[in-house]
Design a protein around this ligand. Structure first.
Ligand SMILES: [Cu+2]
Length: 319
């Protein structure tokens, strides 16, 4: 009997520790916008969408934690309270309990409804691209991204390609252990970053030119498939200036792991300056032939800074 009481005390302690273990995700809450190594929980991100996703996730997580504690607690209690060595006898006449069946149907349904309401309203908000201040077209290629800042006048469209930075590319082909190579953003850096203004609703039109890719920056809180022949929409409104990194999230060929995304969010004034400079840089020589309609046939990636990497690409193909 004394032994039994001792084991009960131990189990009591173990059960009491369960909520403590459940608090572990809290430790991961204070974190950077980008995912970090060994991060346990999802990030809060830097947009309303990512905050919404985080809240929906936390609600579901805590409900799961509560269910886990109750179910495993009840199991442990039943196993040790009603065990054979203590003289417990199975109730062989038991068939069912209507009361219990009603409870274990109604409670999960109520929980699902409780989760469905906020999740649905947040999902609807996530897809509402109305009233956006600007539009950026994102096109996935094997294995780089093209960004086009849409404008009313075709001449004002700013477009460029964005691909893996040369340093990451050199490291990955050098057979050096990347963890020892001096690159804080190995495989998460690009030549031309996507510059975006903060506190501005930005609509994205996302498509692809060859195979299916997916544009994903965790800090923005969503990923969107880039599908040839189809234009998907998404939007973001970044609250905090900063550099946010992502990757292609759809297995798209041998270099799928080497087409990162880098978003640089800057205050609106700084963005306007940047855009004006890009427009000046890209301004075509005034010739009538340049006045092609915006909806031209899908073209190959624009020849910009990316082409300076042609030797590396050739070496890549040869290797
Ligand atoms: Cu891809």
């Amino acid at each position: 009997m004394v032994q039994m009481r001792a084991s009960w005390t131990n189990w009591g302690r173990a059960l009491a520790a369960l909520p403590l273990a459940a608090l572990l995700p809290v430790a991961a809450m204070a974190q950077s916008a980008d995912p970090v190594r060994w991060q346990l929980n999802m990030g809060k991100g830097v947009t309303a969408s990512s905050q919404n996703a985080y809240e929906a996730h936390m609600l579901a997580l805590w409900i799961c934690v509560a269910i886990g504690v109750i179910v495993f607690g009840a199991m442990a209690y039943a196993m040790f309270k009603f065990r054979k060595s203590k003289g417990a006898k199975p109730d062989v006449d038991f068939t069912h309990s209507t009361k219990l069946e009603i409870i274990w149907t109604v409670v999960p349904v109520a929980l699902l409804v409780l989760m469905a309401f906020p999740a649905t309203s947040k999902l609807i908000a996530m897809y509402d691209t109305r009233d956006s201040a600007m539009t950026i077209k994102v096109t996935g290629y094997q294995w780089l991204w093209k960004y086009e800042y849409m404008a009313d006048k075709p001449g004002d469209v700013v477009s460029f390609t964005s691909r893996l930075d040369r340093k990451s590319d050199e490291i990955r082909q050098s057979k050096v252990d990347a963890r020892t190579a001096d690159h804080p953003h190995y495989l998460l850096d690009v030549d031309n970053v996507l510059v975006l203004p903060t506190d501005t609703k930005i609509r994205f039109l996302i498509t692809a030119d060859d195979v299916i890719h997916a544009w994903w920056v965790p800090a923005l809180g969503w990923k969107q498939d880039a599908i040839p022949g189809l234009i998907n929409e998404a939007w973001t409104e970044i609250k905090t200036p900063g550099v946010y990194r992502g990757q292609c999230a759809e297995l798209c060929g041998k270099d799928h792991g080497f087409m990162p995304i880098v978003v640089k969010a800057v205050p609106k004034a700084e963005y306007d300056q940047w855009l004006a400079a890009e427009r000046a840089k890209n301004a075509p020589a005034p010739a009538p032939a340049e006045a092609a309609p915006v909806e031209a046939a899908p073209e190959a990636p624009a020849t910009t800074a990316a082409d300076q990497n042609a030797p590396a690409a050739a070496a890549n193909a040869a290797g």
